[in-house]
Design a protein around this ligand. Sequence first.
Ligand code: BES
Ligand code: MN
Ligand code: MN
Length: 462
Amino acid sequence: MSVAAYLEKNKDRFLQELFDLLRIPSVSADPKFKGDVVAAANFVKNSLEKAGADQVEICETPGFPIVYGEKIIDPNLPTVLVYGHYDVQPADPYELWDSPPFEPVLKKTAIHPEGAIFARGAADDKGQFYMHIKAFEAMMATSDLPCNVKFMIEGEEEIGSDNLDKFVLANKERLKADVILISDTHMIGMDNPSITVGLRGMAYMEVEVCGSNRDLHSGSYGGAVANPINVLCKMIASLKDENEHITIPGFYEKVQELSAAQRQRLNEAPFDLSEYKGKLDIQDVHGEKGYSTIERIGIRPTLDVNGIWGGYTGEGAKTVLPSKAFAKISMRLVPDQDWHEIATLFETHFKAIAPASVTVKVKAHHGGAPAVVSDSSLGYQAAEAAMEETFGKRPIPTREGGSIPIVALFQKELGSDPILFGFGLDTDALHSPNEHYGVKNYLIGIETIASFFRHFSALQGK
Ligand code: BES
Ligand code: MN
Ligand code: MN
């Protein structure tokens, strides 16, 4: 039986199994779900074992475990390392979901006429890494596995992969591979397959602005004592100028500028601005002057407030000058910005712009390096050939705005090329209510992964 025939025969079960995984609320950020995150790790372990992997192990860390498994059929054959994450983002706000986030359902949408699976983690990343386990199962069951394979599925990606670095450094030999496959990104569209070759890095900060030592009556003190919320807003507003250029001294110093030719190639990717605006229901886009939307996302750094709070937000009106105000601020970085350096520049600047009427605390949460991967490696060629086979169209390389901090570490420490082999779409609502993943994307992904293994082994043999 061929992999395609096996897939056809088993596709309902492949969907049901993914549904079972999606029912586990493995939210790594929230201690309330600790047991569920561990349950998801066990689910992954069992899936790997059932699919035919050996040495399957739950590798404990100070945080959530990393699940490892492998199938070494012949040490002389090439080895593929698969990375993914079984943790998910919090599902809040629950009231904005049309169906409960951890009760997966199939629904048709305009973009997914064959149906999509709605659940937190459907596209990011459970639906995507599970494709690899199913492709592996199919290749094993049809005696069609042409490469060795290793799996490393972690549970802390959404909170910064703090413990993965150490695991990778301590297990370099065990993780040795000729290529690393990661399905945790998007394609341009079902009719426009693409392979991601760039990811932004990240520096995530939290700031506290403190005024008086207690909340004050806003009549008795208002206008005479600093209101930390007003001050914080002003400070944040000053972080970008009228061209949406970031004002932190030194921020752009290490930013790699692309050549005119490179920029032109990037902008040749299919992109329809009015369709983009239409899907988001916005009148206009907003970003750094002098750059297209594709460039703003792919090759330019940015700074965004992710949350801001303080003062009274309950029912009705309370007249108060709050004592403190807070914000969570993330900066997306591009090569060769270093997140530690950027975090320091931010802290120094943020403290420098604070008026004497307040005190400021700045803390760095987590960060990660940006990454650019080769679009000509053997792995890339195999991925290109595989997509061309299943989509009937040659994929193009793209740069995405999201971050997978561990990719740069893989490049540096494992020395093998990571291939960002994602099958989601940017409309899949990652991190948002009503996250979903197309059934067709899931199935074609499994087929394309199996095809990658064939092409990669053939190219290696040359
Ligand atoms: N899968 C995403 C990264 C991603 C999303 C890449 C869309 C390309 C396109 C990943 O799970 C993620 O959300 N990463 C975080 C990074 C992190 C340090 C919490 C992100 O990008 O915010
Ligand atoms: Mn992800
Ligand atoms: Mn994510």
